[in-house]
Structure formats: structure tokens, C-alpha cells
Design a protein around this ligand. Structure first.
Ligand SMILES: NC(=O)c1ccc[n+]([C@@H]2O[C@H](COP(=O)([O-])OP(=O)(O)OC[C@H]3O[C@@H](n4cnc5c(N)ncnc54)[C@H](OP(=O)(O)O)[C@@H]3O)[C@@H](O)[C@H]2O)c1
Length: 311
């Protein structure tokens, strides 16, 4: 199949592109700065920006299916509007190219419980992309554990740097972490299964954990000692976001929206995906060990270095 990957320089795209090649697909990577992207062998690179609609026609020419793995949080506070425009531009270009299928990786959480702009924006993109004439498959995930994941990096740096954490109530929120290898298997699997076209699936790892448990168990893997997580009900999410910003190197444009979302339970409650794609889910500790030991894909590492970004 001829497959376009948007967000190829990102965390998920960087893991997916080589996996698609290994599965025998013809892969085209859409990147904003080709000079900074060292494509895996056999991958065609096209220059394109979802905010510049005229750059998308050539990118979609001859493509059967596309992965939508883009968000704009790194560009600053107007990311919601940018993501709205990016999705609308992509949908229009995909429709005029006559694209058959699109696969989008979105966020988990119940519609009426999405308490952060970031989570609501991910869901809005889902609905915007859903209005296209192609068949959209949406996978909804919570925090993805892997090398290069901004959300896992937040967890890792907190667990690494703070032996005792004073946190607001969100530490008791349920989350459903999943390993990047499992996400990639699902992303590949839906492409191969025509019955998943037009469907939305929730995906999660083998365990639902609170954020406190995620922090403790990550600390245990890293140091053999669990950090103490002390919930303080009066600590506001805003103050918590500010104090976490002092501890982590994740850019605040990304860290703030992610922390704002920690009050929302993000758990896969619908297991319909299991009837379609069989994935042997990676245990949490194994996923963390691999994420700590791994290096991000070469192409992504070089793009990040060229951008002067330490993510
Ligand atoms: N990471 C997680 O834990 C997680 C969890 C659940 C769902 N997801 C979803 O997975 C998807 C990918 O996330 P990620 O973690 O891989 O993000 P990421 O590492 O921050 O990558 C974002 C990608 O979007 C690209 N991009 C941004 N604006 C663009 C534009 N205007 N035109 C073209 N490309 C643009 C970036 O390209 P540049 O290199 O040019 O900036 C980059 O490749 C998102 O939909 C996200 O919501 C991620």
C-alpha cells in the first residue's frame, strides 16, 4: 500500500515509519523541514506543512492511506486553533486527492469529562477529520511509554528528580498507559484490516494505574526505590503545573497542556479492538525499561537536534 505519514519527525511517527517499511508498505513521510529529517532507507520524503494547504496536494498524490500523527502544542498557546486549521486543511486535501483511508491517533477520555483544552482539542480533531469522504479509523490512547514521548518524559523526570512529590488530587486519577511497541502494532493492524475502516477504538496497556502508581513504579524501575507521592488536596493544578515546570526539561508549552489534562480519567473501557487485532500487551515495567534503555529513531533524533530541541 502507498502510505503517507504526517508527523513523521514526531515520537509516534518516528517509531511507525520504519515499522511500515518493515511490513512492506511504500512509505512517504510528510515533514516541514526535509533537510533536518534523515529518512529511514526506502522512505520517500515530501516537504509539507498542514498549515499551508497548497503544500499538501503533491504529498497526497498517489497515496492510498494516511496516518494523522500531528499536534501543534510545541508552537505555543494558540495550538487549539492551529490544530483545528491543520485538520481542516488535511481533510480538504485528502478529499480532493480521493484518499481511501486515514488513521488518526487521538486521546482517551469520555466526551463530557475532557477537562483540558489539549484533550478537547484532540477530540475536536477527531470530529473534523471524521467529516472527510475517506474512511477514518481513530485509535484513542492515554500516555504512551517510549523513548521520545513528551508525556513519558514528564513522568521519568519527576520520578528521577523528586524523592518526595507533593501533588494535587490528580495523582489519584486513573490512566491507562501503553507501550509504544503496542501502539505501533495497533496502528499497523488497523491498516491491514478493512473492517476497521470508519471505526473508533480505545487502546490501553495491560493495567489501569493512577498517576501516583505510575510515578512510584517508574521510580522503582529507575532506582529500585519508590518515590513518595504525597497528595495535597489544596494544591491547585495551576500551582502544580508551575512547580512541575521547575523540575522538568519538557518545554512549558507542552508540559502545561499535558498537566492540565491529568484531572481527566483516561481509561479504555471499550475492548472492541481485541476482536480485530491481537496484540500481546507489554507489561508496564517492561515498557518503562525499554523506554529508558532505548534511543529514539535516528531520523527523529536528527530532526530534534537540528531544531535545537532537547525533547
Ligand atoms: N505521546 C503520547 O503519549 C500520545 C498519547 C496519546 C495520543 N497521542 C497522539 O499521537 C499523535 C502524535 O503525537 P506525538 O507524541 O508523536 O507528538 P510529537 O512527538 O510532538 O510530534 C508531533 C508531530 O507533528 C508535526 N507537526 C506539528 N505541526 C505540524 C504542521 N503544521 N504540519 C506538519 N507537521 C506538523 C511535528 O513536526 P515538526 O518536527 O516539524 O515539529 C511532529 O512530527 C498526536 O495525535 C497525539 O495526540 C500521543
Amino acid at each position: 500500500m502507498h502510505v503517507l505519514v504526517t508527523g513523521a519527525t514526531g515520537f509516534v511517527g518516528g517509531h511507525l515509519v520504519p515499522a511500515l517499511r518493515a511490513a512492506g508498505h511504500d512509505v512517504r513521510a510528510l515533514v516541514r523541514d526535509p533537510s533536518a529529517y534523515d529518512a529511514p532507507e526506502g522512505v520517500e520524503v515530501v516537504c509539507g506543512d498542514l498549515l499551508e494547504p497548497e503544500s499538501l496536494d503533491a504529498a497526497l498524490d498517489g497515496i492510498d492511506a494516511a496516518y494523522y500523527l500531528v499536534h501543534s502544542m510545541r508552537s505555543g498557546p494558540d495550538y487549539v486553533e492551529r490544530d483545528r486549521r491543520a485538520a481542516t486543511n488535511f481533510r480538504a486535501a485528502a478529499d480532493s486527492a480521493g484518499l481511501d483511508r486515514v488513521v488518526y491517533l487521538s486521546g482517551l477520555g469520555e466526551d463530557d469529562e475532557l477537562r483540558s483544552a489539549h484533550l478537547r482539542s484532540r477530540r475536536e480533531v477527531e470530529y473534523l477529520l471524521g467529516e472527510g469522504r475517506y474512511d477514518l479509523t481513530t485509535l484513542r490512547a492515554a500516555i504512551i511509554i517510549g523513548t521520545g514521548s513528551a508525556s513519558f518524559r514528564l513522568v521519568r523526570e519527576l520520578a528521577e528528580r523528586l524523592p518526595v512529590m507533593f501533588t494535587p488530587r490528580w495523582v489519584r486519577t486513573d490512566c491507562h498507559p501503553i507501550a509504544i511497541a503496542d501502539v505501533v502494532e495497533y496502528l499497523l493492524g488497523v491498516l491491514d484490516d478493512p473492517a476497521t475502516a470508519g471505526e473508533t477504538y480505545e487502546i490501553g496497556g495491560p493495567e489501569v494505574l493512577t498517576y501516583a502508581e505510575i510515578l512510584r513504579r517508574t521510580g522503582e524501575v529507575m532506582h529500585g526505590v519508590e518515590p513518595r507521592v504525597v497528595p495535597i488536596p489544596i494544591l491547585s493544578p495551576r500551582l502544580s503545573a508551575w512547580s512541575i515546570g521547575l523540575v522538568t526539561d519538557v518545554p512549558s508549552t507542552v508540559a502545561r497542556p499535558l498537566i492540565d489534562g491529568l484531572n481527566t480519567p483516561v481509561v479504555a473501557t471499550d475492548d472492541a479492538i481485541e476482536g480485530r487485532i491481537s496484540v500481546s500487551l507489554t507489561p508496564f515495567e517492561t515498557a518503562v525499561e525499554r523506554a529508558l534503555a532505548g534511543t529514539r529513531p535516528d531520523a527523529v533524533r536528527r530532526a530534534v537536534a537540528a531544531a535545537g530541541d532537547s525533547r
